[in-house]
Each structure stands twice: as structure tokens, then as C-alpha cells.
Design a protein around this ligand. Structure first.
Ligand SMILES: [Zn+2]
Ligand SMILES: [Zn+2]
Length: 337
């Protein structure tokens, strides 16, 4: 049996290279995963560009990891060799900080983040904390599971945790990696789903949009108000500038839920928040059990990502293409396992 495995590591900001590493033994509380697929997410740029505070190199990016258990460490007996599993952004928690003691594991002060604080899934093998591992449904292919482990749980949790009732008007802004899944979830959760985008009407409707607003030719907020106002706007575009004006499209007590990340500020008119008690909030991914719920819902309701498959060896080019906004809609690295 091979004693080494291929990994794509960041050696310095902007520099991805392929290396051979010795296959590690899982430590206490860990499992070793033989990776079959790993999605490329925009958040990987925190690792590749070296933007995450305190990041150390070399580091293997990747937090949309699907594969099989290769070996199980002591104290991780909930898992067994050969089992199909995945790992998302949530890579584990310390279990003893105040937030963990309150059961808020995703906000753990010492959160482990796959591909940032520990090596991730741009590799043939990955060590993972047993608490972060999720079981994959039999009928879900590894390449389809990958994007659901991050983009999927992010949009699924944002919608299911919002104060919504079936039939409510929900707007999804953007039809990219997050948005193309958010539209499917919103429709299948029973919401009237309106999509705000540019030049994506046909696809938006195929994914489940009941209405479409072309943000280039009409004012999205005015269009939403003509429909009665949105109870929730799921803002998935990585552009804060496009989010602020949407607040005027919310119904009273409506929420702008931000899941698309960009460093620039969101401009808000305070009067729009006060009158109608509108709010803005962020929603960050989910824990292992949230991911299992996402996968179960996706299987039951036939939600799938639209993917392109690229061999692991071409990770650097694939990452660059994602950063140029050329991925339609998720590039998934495959190891040929
Ligand atoms: Zn991600
Ligand atoms: Zn904690």
C-alpha cells in the first residue's frame, strides 16, 4: 500500500503547489478520510491569499470534503472504516468555552476551521475531528455532497432559522455558488421564491424561482414592494454595495440575511430599519448535525448543486478560475478514488 498521498498546499500567499506527504495516523478523537471530492469555495481565498489572521503555512485549503473513512483513532468509535462521510467548514469545537457550554458550537471561541486552522480537503487524505464528521446518504454522490457541505448548509440554515412560514415571499439575491442552492431550498421549503439577478432568468426559473427581478433594468426594492415586500432577502452576492439598497424591499419585520462575504461595508439608511422594524443579520454555515439535516433535505427534495469536476492535480488553475468568477457554479476537485 502507498505510504504517501498527494496534497495541494499553500506555501506562501498566492502559491498553491502539489506535494507528496506521508500518510498520517489519526490521533485521539480523529478519523483519517480518503478524499473523493472537494468543492472549491470562495472562502478558500482566506487560506490561499493568506488573509486569515494567524494563518500558518504550509496549509491545505478545502472545506467541502466528501470521501470514506480510511482509519479511526481512539475515542472516535462512532465511525468505522469504509463509511461514507464528509466534512464542512466547521472542523470541531473545544467543548469548554462559554459558548460551547451554552451549546452554541458554531460560535466556539476556539473553533477549528477545515482548511484554515487545520489542513483541509485539497488532498487525497485528510485528518478530521470526529465531532465534525457527517454521514453521507447512500444516494448522494461524493461530488454532489461536497458543495452541500458548505454552500448548501449555509443557505439551508439561513432559511430554516429565519422566522418564515410556508407561502411567505422570500427573495434570493444572486445566482452563484450559494444562490443557485438557496433558490432550490427556498422553493422546496414552500416559500414564494423571487430571484434578483442579472441575465440569469432562465436558470433561476429552472431552479425554482416563481418570479424574477432583473437588477440591471429595474429597482429590486420597488419590484419587491409591488409583490408585498419580502419577509426575508437572502443576500448571496459577494458585493456589499448591492445589498444596502435591498433593505427598502423588505416587508415590515423583514430581514436581510447576509451569507455572501465581501470586505466592504453595507450602507444602510437607519430610517428604513426603524420604520417597519427591519433588520440585517449574518448567518454562518452550520455544525455537523446541521449538515446532516441539509443532506437529508436535499435527498428528500432533490436539491443538487450544479458542478464542474476537475482533477485534484489542476487545483491551482481551478481555484484561479473560481476567483475570476468563471465557475458554473461550483468546481469540485476529484481524486479518482
Ligand atoms: Zn465554503
Ligand atoms: Zn468552545
Amino acid at each position: 500500500m502507498a505510504k504517501t498521498y498527494k496534497a495541494v498546499e499553500v506555501t506562501a500567499p498566492g502559491n498553491l503547489r502539489i506535494v507528496e506527504r506521508p500518510i498520517p495516523e489519526p490521533d485521539k478523537g480523529q478519523v483519517l478520510i480518503r478524499v473523493e471530492a472537494c468543492g472549491i469555495c470562495h472562502t478558500d481565498s482566506l487560506t490561499v491569499e493568506g488573509q486569515f489572521p494567524g494563518l500558518s503555512f504550509p496549509r491545505v485549503p478545502g472545506h467541502e470534503v466528501a470521501g470514506r473513512i480510511e482509519a479511526v483513532g481512539s475515542g472516535a468509535s462512532a465511525w468505522s472504516a469504509g463509511q461514507r462521510v464528509g466534512v464542512g467548514f466547521f472542523g470541531g469545537y473545544d467543548g469548554h468555552c462559554e459558548l460551547c457550554r451554552r451549546g452554541d458550537f458554531i460560535n466556539c471561541k476556539n473553533l477549528t476551521v477545515s482548511g484554515i486552522s487545520v489542513d483541509g480537503g485539497y488532498a487525497e487524505m485528510m485528518l478530521a475531528d470526529a465531532n465534525a464528521v457527517v454521514s453521507l446518504p447512500d444516494s448522494l454522490k461524493a461530488v454532489d455532497a461536497g458543495p452541500l457541505l458548505c454552500a448548501g448548509v449555509t443557505t439551508y440554515n439561513a432559511l430554516r432559522n429565519a422566522p418564515l412560514r410556508s407561502g411567505d415571499l422570500v427573495a434570493v439575491q444572486g445566482v452563484g455558488g450559494l444562490g443557485h442552492l438557496g433558490i432550490q431550498f427556498a422553493r422546496r421549503m414552500g416559500f414564494r421564491t423571487v430571484v434578483i439577478a442579472i441575465e440569469k432568468e432562465k436558470l433561476a426559473r429552472e431552479l425554482g424561482a416563481s418570479s424574477y427581478i432583473n437588477a440591471e433594468t429595474e429597482d429590486p426594492a420597488a419590484a419587491l414592494q409591488r409583490m408585498g415586500g419580502a419577509k426575508v432577502i437572502l443576500a448571496t452576492a459577494a458585493s456589499s454595495r448591492s445589498m444596502g439598497p435591498l433593505i427598502a424591499g423588505l416587508a415590515p419585520r423583514g430581514r436581510l440575511v447576509v451569507v455572501g462575504a465581501s470586505a466592504e461595508p453595507i450602507q444602510v439608511d437607519a430610517v428604513q430599519l426603524l420604520f417597519g422594524a427591519r433588520s440585517i443579520e449574518g448567518s454562518l454555515t452550520g455544525t455537523a448535525i446541521d449538515i446532516e439535516d441539509t443532506l437529508a433535505f436535499s435527498v428528500a427534495q432533490n436539491v443538487r448543486p450544479i458542478i464542474e469536476m476537475v482533477p485534484l492535480e489542476h487545483a491551482a488553475e481551478a481555484y484561479a478560475r473560481m476567483m475570476r468568477n468563471e465557475a458554473r457554479f461550483r468546481i469540485v476537485l476529484t481524486t479518482g478514488q
